[in-house]
Design a binder for this molecule. Structure first.
Ligand code: CTP
Ligand code: CA
Length: 224
């Protein structure tokens, strides 16, 4: 990585970032998860800390190296992420939720390893709490809330629905089917959506996307 000196334009800002997947236990051996690698969220945490922000990173299990200069809180399940985020949320100027949180978890978690039997099996699932929706409903005055949205169809339309339903300020949308976007890649192709505008960005590294997101959040806040 080349040596770059960043302007400390986020000095004094308290930012909470979430990253990575959650894991929902089926039994002591197995879990349900998704393909999130945490790269986008870690890029946001790193970019914010290079620019002088005070960063807390709530992360699901990832292979990403521990970023320096951030307060890292490692979590496993959607419930643990909910507890970590809601306990930290109150004093944050901005919360950026890049994590891929499971929408469902097994209703009953086995205490012993499930043994196989003849024939099919069914796992009953229950909904997890929507962390971002909770944040939208318990927002501190002046706090900025940014979500992410991954879609395979009707990206802009579906993402706008999330912006409204979760009562947040910004959603960063990406289409999993576009080349250079999505899970595990070092680049991303996103559209930054707010109530007032839609900003489609070209293919760029996740580090660059991270800086653009921070630019949008904090220039908007400075404008009032
Ligand atoms: N999110 C959350 N808590 C959940 C589920 C999602 O905080 N239990 C957040 C994600 O971190 C992301 C945003 O909501 O920032 C959008 O997640 P996404 O999965 O795209 O949307 P959902 O509202 O869960 O809708 P669906 O999966 O049905 O498209
Ligand atoms: Ca979801």
């Amino acid at each position: 990585e080349k040596e770059v000196c960043f302007e400390k334009d986020l000095e004094g800002k308290k930012i909470l970032v979430t990253a990575g997947p959650t894991r929902e236990a089926i039994d002591p051996v197995r879990f349900i998860t998704n393909h999130s690698t945490g790269k986008m969220g870690y890029a946001v945490a790193k970019a914010a800390s290079l620019r002088g922000a005070d960063v807390t990173l709530v992360s699901g299990k990832t292979a990403e190296p521990k970023p320096r200069f951030v307060h890292l809180m490692e979590v496993d399940s959607a419930k643990e992420m909910f507890d970590a985020v809601t306990s930290e949320a109150e004093f944050k100027d901005a919360i950026i939720k890049a994590a891929a949180v499971a929408d469902y978890r097994p209703k009953h978690v086995g205490t012993e390893k499930t043994k196989k039997k003849e024939g099919e099996m069914v796992i009953e699932l229950e909904r997890t709490d929507d962390i971002l929706k909770w944040l939208g409903e318990h927002r501190k005055k002046g706090q900025f809330l940014c979500g992410f949205s991954m879609e395979t169809q009707n990206m802009l339309e579906n993402s706008r629905v999330k912006l409204d339903k979760k009562k947040i300020d910004m959603i960063v949308a990406n289409n999993l089917k576009v080349e250079g976007a999505g899970f595990g890649t070092d680049t991303n192709v996103v559209t930054i959506i707010t109530r007032e505008k839609e900003l489609p960005l070209n293919t760029m590294t996740k580090d660059e996307v991270a800086h653009r997101i921070l630019d949008e959040i904090f220039t908007r806040q400075n404008e009032g």
